[in-house]
Design a protein around this ligand. Sequence first.
Ligand code: NAP
Length: 259
Amino acid sequence: MDLAIKGRKAIVCAASKGLGRACAFALAREGVDLVINARTAGPLEATAEEIRRETGVDVVSVACDITTEEGRNAVLKACPAPDILVNNAGGPPPGDFRDWEEEAWNKALNANMLTPIFLIKAVVDGMMERKFGRIINITSAAVKAPIAVLGLSNGARTGLTGFVAGLARETVASNVTINGLLPGPFDTDRLKVTFQGAADKTGQTIEQVREQRRLGNPAQRFGDPEEFGATCAFLCSDKAGFLNGQNILLDGGAFPGTL
Ligand code: NAP
């Protein structure tokens, strides 16, 4: 299928590794020029170079913290009028809500709710004027099925999801869609951190935790980031203009509901 987005411009946040990187690659394979971001310059530029070499698209790498105003401004300066925005950032740490003071909540809300909202605010009107826009928020399966130890993530990401649910109904008439992509367990560095947390808590080895989680998924495996990237590219495609305000769960069927 030709996704018909060749020559479009995308900002992909938090994209040197993992799911953001997979989204950047998938878009580049469709001929989309990119501005990609992460905090650490070395791995970010390495990813940018790999994408350029494989796909031939233009890739600008902007090393900064996307959860800061300066970081967002630097990314927007490199791409002031994107056709596609993929919002992403690191996830908040696990823990017990009794230990979280205002600072911990502010940090999570800033990274996983307000940062995507500020980026959307900066680009959405231009997208509507140009009559094309695709906005993807990478959130978490925890939006649909909360994970108790990830309370900061459950709260912040569900806040973002609620906000964009309203906005998406106002933008779609101008061919600007806003959708959430909800990862279940994907084989990335983030998953290793989560497993280490569970291992520390239960006294199991990280391998035991990993095997237990793998067998607990109906697919008997973890997601491949490439599968995530491919779904992102489709949602960003010209063909997906009627797919709006949705939250697409990629979890191998782990969520036990019929709908
Ligand atoms: P990952 O493999 O650890 O990659 C995270 C990427 O984000 C890296 O490129 C990292 O680079 C960048 N990053 C982190 N904080 C940033 C910041 N403040 N500003 C700019 N870039 C930043 O993680 P992932 O698995 O792709 O996860 C992506 C998101 O999906 C996270 O929010 C995670 O919580 C969520 N999620 C993942 C899973 C899963 O199974 N993988 C499941 C549910 C939810 P630098 O460190 O250099 O900045």
